[in-house]
Design a protein around this ligand. Structure first.
Ligand code: GLY
Ligand code: MN
Ligand code: MN
Length: 435
């Protein structure tokens, strides 16, 4: 599958071009202690190689097949003694399918050599100063070869739009990974709803979920989990997760497993004690109705914003009916008054990155959904303690999030099996089996 993706990428490049893609580096956490390494998503997508300090150089000649030169750290017995086996130059060709392997120390001269007589350089400038310097240094070297009758590229193109467009439409291998990530994420959420108890700290539930995901084969969380009890649920990116859960609290959990580098991203909100209060029930039902309305419109051809609009209309009508918003639907949509309680959009692309790559449209026009896209649908309502709403609703935060694959004729929910109807949730939290 990696070779197939590489072939498609190279075919999309201009004839007589090279493309340079840097892998991720090890990030220090403090002093000499490192964060766990995660490969750059584009490099993972094209190679499946999980090692720091790698660079991919793709060469697309005027005619004939393209080539991948993979720069890696050469194997080093002392280093292997401390941190384990390395891919090395042998592995780069034998295991990872590179046409040529080279030491990362040779990057600048080989880059300069391969850029010679090429018209176009694909490289994303501006993300990383040291890499920019290295690539521009190689370019300068080629420009210095004019008297040897070697020309340098005159065009520099960002390669990520090609890769991001490819990544936006998931191939069958990616869909299989996403199904696994979503299923494990869903199983963890379902169990966490039972594990959470009044008197526990939010981080205990977080710890349970993380352990569940790791035991299920996840390498890591897809993002920092949000485990937000009571008023913490009204903070959109709450990650402190250190409150003791109180009687009467709703618990909002937004978490997902990362499996084979692909992310699940689910939110559920439930009463830890097993019963919604009247106010919690009203807000929850409204968000659920909005989420179902948004899921129902997912199909090929729908402009991206259609999902958000479907949720928004239900939310605005409901907020007006509850007396939380004044005026008409049209007035609320026009003025944006609903943003006091719903301040984010209804979803995002999902894949190797939780907020995955791919354009949402061009200025003035949202892009249309296509089979193979994967998105989240996640409306919410957040009534902060200091808000202007009737005090009865203060401190209620609800979000419901599922992940969908756009199919030929609709949308398939990949994150089923986690209760979200009110009756279902109350029964499940209190110990009844799922129907
Ligand atoms: N957890 C981040 C999001 O739902 O987008
Ligand atoms: Mn989420
Ligand atoms: Mn999300």
């Amino acid at each position: 599958m990696y070779a197939r993706r590489r072939a498609r990428f190279v075919e999309s490049m201009e004839p007589e071009s090279v493309a340079v893609l840097f892998g991720e580096e090890v990030m220090l956490r403090n002093r000499d202690t490192e964060h766990r390494f995660r490969q750059d998503s584009n490099v993972w997508y094209l190679t499946g190689l999980e090692e720091p300090q790698v660079v991919c150089l793709f060469v697309r000649p005027a005619e004939g097949d393209g080539e991948l030169i993979l720069f890696v750290e050469p194997r080093d017995a002392t280093k292997e003694c401390w941190t384990g086996p390395m891919v090395g130059l042998e592995g780069a060709t034998a295991v990872y399918g590179a046409d040529v392997a080279a030491s990362i120390a040779e990057l600048t001269p080989i880059l300069a050599e391969r850029m010679g007589n090429m018209a176009t350089l694909y490289y994303r400038l501006g993300d990383h100063e040291a890499r920019d310097r290295l690539v521009l240094d190689a370019l300068r070297r080629v420009r210095g070869m004019a008297r040897q009758n070697i020309s340098a590229p005159t065009t520099i193109i960002d390669p990520t739009p090609i890769l991001h467009e490819m990544r936006l439409i998931k191939d069958t291998d990616e869909i299989a990974c996403l199904r696994r990530a979503c299923a494990l994420s869903a199983d963890g959420h379902r169990e966490a709803m039972r594990v959470a108890q009044v008197g526990m700290f939010e981080y205990e539930v977080e710890g349970f979920l993380e352990g569940y995901y790791r035991r299920g084969g996840a390498r890591r969380n897809a993002f920092e989990p949000i485990v937000a009890a009571g008023p913490n649920a009204t903070v959109l990116h709450y990650t402190k997760n250190d409150r003791r859960i109180a009687a009467g609290d709703l618990l909002l959990i937004d978490a997902g497993a990362e499996v084979d580098y692909y992310c699940g991203d689910i939110t559920r909100t439930f009463p830890v004690g097993g019963r919604f209060s009247d106010e919690q029930r009203a807000i929850y039902q409204l968000v659920l109705d909005a989420q179902k309305a948004a899921i129902a419109v997912v199909r090929p051809g729908l402009p991206w914003d259609g999902v958000h609009q479907a949720a928004l209309e239900v939310l605005v009508d409901g907020l007006i009916a509850l007396g939380l918003l004044g005026g008409t639907r049209e007035e609320a949509l026009e003025s944006g008054s609903y943003k006091a309680y719903y301040m984010h959009k209804t979803g995002h692309w999902l894949g190797l990155d939780v907020h995955d790559v791919g354009e949402y449209g061009k200025p003035g026009a949202w892009r249309e959904l296509e089979p193979g896209m994967v998105l989240t649908v996640e409306p919410g309502l957040y009534i902060a303690p200091g808000s202007e709403a009737d005090e009865r609703y203060h401190g209620i935060g609800v979000r419901i999030e599922d992940n969908l694959l756009v199919t030929e004729d609709g949308g398939e929910v990949l994150t089923g099996g986690v209760p979200k109807e009110i009756d279902e949730i109350e029964a499940w939290v209190l110990g009844a089996p799922l129907s």
